[in-house]
Design a binder for this molecule. Structure first.
Ligand code: NAI
Ligand code: MG
Length: 358
């Protein structure tokens, strides 16, 4: 089994180093190959996703990814910006299904600003479509406005679009995931305003009627879903939605877990190959300080073991070790609360490695 390790920028290097240590502590004979991606690759090879990095990712069984981006690249043309690397990997590897489980660990209930009764026991799964929608739709660009009240003025435009097969395959993924959990899917759309999402709703309904009548399906507008996520998040089981709504709702859901530093993710294609990364970015504000929370990345490595490497038991071991460490009271600053012990990135990694050996 070969794992491509792409730490990227900012805290990416610090958190990925801890996840690799945890993987190595399992005693499996995985092969690791490291490569630059994002701003680091722009510096070393002139492109955020060099051919060699893409080739390595495509040939590996799984990719462990940190994060990319830094404010200092904001002035670069879009094709050379670090964030293009993750978009390119998703597109080239066909990673259309993004799993983001938002679980509130018992020990972190007190660290959240939300009421305990709202988040205690929370375990929901956001399934975000990853290769379509307004993030990739063509045409896009800038021009002089051709009509309307501001005809002739500068304008910018993007295109929201989804094809039937794209919606069908993500719907299948969500319904199948729900069958292994609470058997409930909320499909989030904006069908009242957008043609793309009326179509989304229609196709999800068709897939449901043809194959999954045993699963409870509910349709919800995205604005209501955003509200329900903070009001009564435990009413959700699986949430399936498009690329942009999923991006936003999963960041919102991360706050229900205590910190964005706790939210892992898996991006999968139809071949079990996957890219595993924390849901957060490169956090330039804390990069290099040794305080980033590595748990989202460590939990992403557990998802990698389960989905791409056929090592479900090892995944369970890592998740149990994380729980043990939280129960022992160790916290990185983002999840710290009165009465717990503040530690840095490396000490948190040490603790997870030690808990694995217990
Ligand atoms: P961010 O997720 O990097 O940071 C948001 C806030 O959360 C910051 O205050 C940061 O310190 C904190 N944070 C994030 N991860 C943390 C962790 N593990 N432990 C403790 N605190 C943590 O989002 P932001 O600031 O909007 O973006 C920074 C850069 O990351 C940008 O260049 C952005 O484009 C990029 N980005 C990359 C992603 C990726 O590689 N998949 C995803 C999201 C953003
Ligand atoms: Mg995001």
């Amino acid at each position: 089994m070969k794992i491509a390790v792409l730490p990227g920028d900012g805290i990416g290097k610090e958190i990925v180093a801890q996840a690799v240590r945890v993987l190595q502590a399992l005693g499996e004979s995985f092969e690791y190959e490291w490569a630059d991606v994002g701003g680091a690759a722009y510096e070393s090879a002139g492109h955020p996703l060099p051919e060699a990095t893409l080739k390595l990712a495509m040939e590996s069984d799984a990719v462990l990814f940190g994060a990319v981006g830094d404010w200092k690249y904001d002035k670069l043309e879009r094709a050379l910006r670090p964030e293009q690397a993750i978009l390119g990997l998703r597109k080239n590897m066909g990673l259309f299904a993004n799993f983001r489980p938002a679980i509130c660990y018992e020990e972190l209930v007190g660290a959240s600003s939300l009421k305990p009764e709202i988040i205690a026991g929370l375990d929901i799964l956001i399934v975000r479509e990853l290769t379509g929608d307004i993030y990739f739709g063509q045409p896009r660009g800038r021009r002089a406005s051709p009509d309307g009240a501001f005809a002739g003025a500068d304008e910018a435009f993007d295109t929201m679009r989804y094809s039937r097969p794209e919606i069908e395959r993500i719907a299948h993924v969500a319904f199948q995931a729900a069958r292994k959990r609470g058997n409930k899917v909320a499909s989030v759309d904006k069908a009242n305003v957008l043609e793309t999402f009326q179509f989304w709703k229609d196709v999800v309904t068709e897939v449901h009627e043809a194959h999954y009548v045993d699963v409870k399906l509910e349709h919800m507008y995205v604005d209501n879903a955003a509200m329900q996520l903070v009001k009564a998040p435990k009413n959700f089981d699986v949430v399936v939605t498009g690329n942009m709504f999923g991006d936003i709702l999963s960041d919102e859901a991360s706050m229900l877990t205590g910190s964005i530093g706790m939210l892992p993710s898996a991006s999968l294609n139809d071949r079990k190959q996957g890219l595993y990364e924390p849901s957060h970015g490169s956090a330039p504000d804390i990069a290099g300080k040794g305080v980033a929370n590595p748990l989202a990345t460590i939990l992403s490595a557990a998802m990698m073991l389960r989905f791409s490497l056929d090592k479900a038991e090892q995944a369970d071991r890592i998740e149990a070790a994380v729980k043990k460490v939280l129960a022992s009271g160790l916290r990185t600053p983002d999840i710290w609360s009165e009465g717990t012990t503040k530690v840095g990135t490396e000490a948190m990694g040490d603790a997870v490695v030690a808990a694995l050996a217990q």
